[in-house]
Design a binder for this molecule. Structure first.
Ligand SMILES: *Cc1c(COP(=O)(O)O)cnc(C)c1O
Length: 404
């Protein structure tokens, strides 16, 4: 929808996070309205024809668009610094929309092998059934990404920092590799969010989101989105939405829209706790190793600070001290089973701190050898840090770490 001239003068992200939206209705509501409607009454037959043809702006049918959904899209696009955004029912359906829009049989995709598990399954297995080829490369090795380029490579898809080891890739380097090959770079920005990292500033063409995570921020609804150029959104992704129907529900859009208003302060507060917790864990006798981009011991610390607004983010993982894999698993389980305040949950992006054992959950379907390559050892615990008081988080983790 068109922004009025007053709005186009607004440049600051903080302001856009609470203001970017479609125009209020004739009732002048200050909080954006939740439009629960599947259809729209057309002003005239000619206007309906023009709207369906895409020659005139206006809503036609709930699968194609909705004012509440459009407000969420405008706000997220503003935060990412993108021309446009198109939303979907979940993060995975955003990836499906991207792949269906950009790829056909015989095309090739390159991804990191530490991508989100369902992403690896979707691209490596499900899309392979339709003749899409894929190569998975080490996250941080730009030369491996470059070496994997083929004449039919259409898309490079990365995620940074990764889950659960927080490996950071160089977005600018991958964008250059993609563009030199005539391909596009898509970036899954779930972990850092636009509050910390805006991949388009480093040359990414598409930014993908699971709105289910930090954008909502309170673990309530599923949502997904792609931010990209107006042309990609209108010509490549919107047709997939219209025929594929992976539409974001207006209620979910409204929840995530309101979540974006506090995204920045949540990310700052949760990341500050994560940094303090990472430093405390690093000095804990029961902990062998901490993975957190905000620590100077992180292999890509400098790159992470440059790419992520000088901030490590809210997710960390640590390895318990153990003699072998079996002991590591037992000790990690003990830490999780000793929790009294924090949640044992494989989700992330909540104000409640969520702790998980990746080797038996998100990475449980891999073979032990694959897990070793990925670094997801049995003693690894992931913590998505929320907003509880730091000392309560420490007390809860210390219970299982100090006594075994
Ligand atoms: C959760 C997640 C997804 C998938 O999003 P859903 O909303 O669960 O479909 C994709 N990428 C990353 C990094 C995620 O954490």
């Amino acid at each position: 929808m068109t922004a009025d001239s007053k709005k186009t003068e607004v440049r600051h992200r903080d302001t856009l996070a609470v203001r970017a939206a479609v125009e209020p209705s004739q009732y002048g509501e200050n909080s954006e309205a939740l439009y629960l409607t599947s259809g729209y009454v057309q002003p005239s037959a000619a206007a309906a024809a023009a709207r369906f043809a895409g020659d005139e702006e206006g809503f036609t049918y709930g699968r194609y668009g909705n004012p509440t959904v459009a407000s969420f899209e405008q706000r997220l696009a503003a935060l990412e610094g993108a021309e446009a955004c198109i939303s979907t029912a979940s993060g995975m359906s955003a990836i499906l929309m991207m792949c269906m829009g950009l790829l056909k049989a015989g095309d090739h995709v390159i991804c990191s092998h530490s991508m989100f598990g369902s992403t690896i399954k979707l691209i490596g297995s499900d899309l392979a059934k339709f003749g899409v080829e894929s190569t998975f490369v080490p996250q941080t090795d730009a030369l491996a990404w470059k070496a994997a380029i083929q004449p039919n490579t259409k898309l490079l898809f990365a995620e940074t920092p990764t889950n659960p080891l927080t490996d950071v890739c160089d977005i600018r380097a991958l964008a250059d590799i993609a563009h030199n090959a005539g391909a596009l770079l898509a970036l899954d920005n779930c972990f850092a969010t636009p509050a910390l990292q805006r991949p388009m500033e480093f040359g990414a063409d598409i930014v993908m989101h699971s709105g289910t995570k930090y954008l909502d921020g309170q673990g309530r609804v599923m949502a997904g989105a792609l931010c990209a150029s107006q042309e990609l959104v209108t010509k490549t992704f919107l047709p997939v939405l219209k025929s594929g129907g992976m539409t974001l529900a207006p209620f979910n859009a409204w929840v995530v829209l309101k979540g974006l208003e506090t995204l920045d302060i949540r990310m700052q507060a949760q990341s500050a706790r994560a940094l303090a917790l990472a430093q405390w864990l690093q000095n804990h006798p029961g902990v062998a190793r901490v993975h957190y981009p905000g620590l100077s011991s992180h292999p890509q610390h400098a790159l992470a600070m440059a790419q992520q607004s000088n901030c490590g983010g809210a997710v960390l993982s640590f390895e318990v001290r153990a003699g072998d894999a079996d002991e590591g698993r037992a000790r990690a389980f003990h830490v999780l089973d000793s929790l009294q305040t924090l949640s044992l949950s494989t989700n992330l992006g909540d104000t409640k701190t969520l702790c998980a054992h990746p080797a038996s959950t998100s990475h449980g379907r891999l073979t032990e050898a694959q897990r070793q390559t990925a670094g997801v050892v049995q003693g690894l615990v992931r913590v998505a840090v929320g907003l509880e008081h730091l000392s309560d988080i420490q007390t809860d983790l210390d219970r299982g770490l100090s006594r075994f």
